[in-house]
Ligand binder design. Structure first.
Ligand code: HEC
Length: 223
């Protein structure tokens, strides 16, 4: 330990002594956002070359990233997404977690549209959150739910910035399927066969969603 400290100390001193040149302290450079006479547009910041894509962030659009195969919504959850979670059970767990964070406030813990925001008067001025258990979503394809998360729909804005990981979005889609199964409704068109049998237990949604005496509702949960 002592030896290590001595090595570090002597290295630091050597660096300080050797680095005592002032010739690099002042050198021509352009501060971010500053003007520059060098370029015709007088901007120091140079624009990206046309067609530049982020090296790390670029993902080629496909079913997994768009929810669409060609023009049509993809009927099932991409197998690659299920694989990314190491199976449907952990995918559903992740989906449940993401759903409860981002969707449940409006759509309710059971997906019936009775989330807290809805109960607190959102529908007075605006459209009510959709009841995801409604039979009209039976014919929905997996990609259609994905699309709502990625791009929003009607009064609902996009959740792409809050759920940036495409597989997380599919996990939420899978969880919506599980909520429908839990409510003994038909799964929206074959969300994914591998999802069957993995539905979580039915939520005790009746208590939280229907109680308008909110103070009492939370008391009940602790008992
Ligand atoms: C701030 C409230 C709010 C949150 C949070 C929210 N939604 Fe919505 N959602 C709405 C409203 C309002 C509508 C109805 C939009 C309309 O019909 O114009 C809706 C509609 C939907 C629909 C039905 C679209 C259709 O085609 O009819 C789906 C599916 C949906 N939301 C999924 C989700 C998912 C998944 C999440 C979480 C990632 C989420 N929502 C989060 C408010 C919300």
């Amino acid at each position: 330990m002592k030896k290590g400290t001595a090595v570090v100390a002597s290295a630091t001193i050597t660096m300080l002594v050797a680095g005592c040149h002032v010739d690099q302290w002042v050198q021509p450079r352009v501060n971010s956002g500053a003007a520059s006479d060098f370029y015709g547009d007088r901007q120091g910041d140079r624009p990206d070359v046309a067609g530049t894509v982020s090296f790390n962030g670029y993902v080629a659009p496909d079913e997994r990233t768009t929810g669409k195969a060609g023009k049509d919504f993809t009927p099932t959850i991409p197998a690659a997404s299920v694989k990314a979670f190491g199976g449907s059970t952990s995918m559903l767990k992740r989906g449940q977690e993401r759903y409860n964070i981002y969707c449940q406030p409006c759509h309710g813990v059971a997906g019936d549209g009775n989330g807290f925001v809805a109960l607190r008067g959102m529908g007075y001025w605006q459209k009510l959150p959709a009841n995801l258990l409604d039979k009209k979503y039976g014919p929905y394809k997996a990609g259609q739910f994905y699309d709502v998360i990625a791009n929003g729909k009607g009064a609902m804005y996009s959740y792409s910035s809050r759920i940036p990981d495409v597989d997380d979005r599919w996990a939420v889609v899978a969880y919506i399927g599980a909520l429908r199964t839990a409510a003994k409704l038909p799964m929206p068109s074959n969300l994914n066969d591998s999802m069957h049998g993995d539905a979580p237990e039915k939520h005790d949604a009746g208590h939280t969603a229907s109680g308008n005496e909110s103070g009492h509702a939370s008391e009940g949960e602790h008992n």
